[in-house]
Design a protein. Sequence first.
Length: 152
Amino acid sequence: MFLDIVTGEKTEILRTVCAKVTKFDKSLAKLVSDMNDTMIKAKGVGIAAPQVGVNSRVFLAVLGSTTKNPVTVPMVNPEITYFSDDEELDEEGCLSLPKQFAKVWRSERVTVKFQDLKGKSSQLKLSGLDARVVQHEVDHLNGILFIDRLED
């Protein structure tokens, strides 16, 4: 099912620090499935729960999006535990800020710790676009939009 994407830089849910997920049940699986359908329809490489109006620490990231075998990974209660000192400046956009694009500095490499849809903990070391997508989506869960990271 397609969900409505919440837009606007002043929209309250997009400026909210989201609540930790404590129930790993069918409703979480349904939310993630609907978010996936919505992300695919919108041609995104990531989508966070607040972008569909839900106050939950969950997002989807398409890892390896520039390869032949991209994988969509749902991350519940994600936490970036390592940011590399080396950063990269690259263009970002956002499903919640249509037609807005800007170059943003992000760490080139990150380590992210998260839970899957059953609550099992995992950890991934990511670089390049994959690291950028995860940093962008974690920001959403903390009420931060990419435009907040622009240098004046």
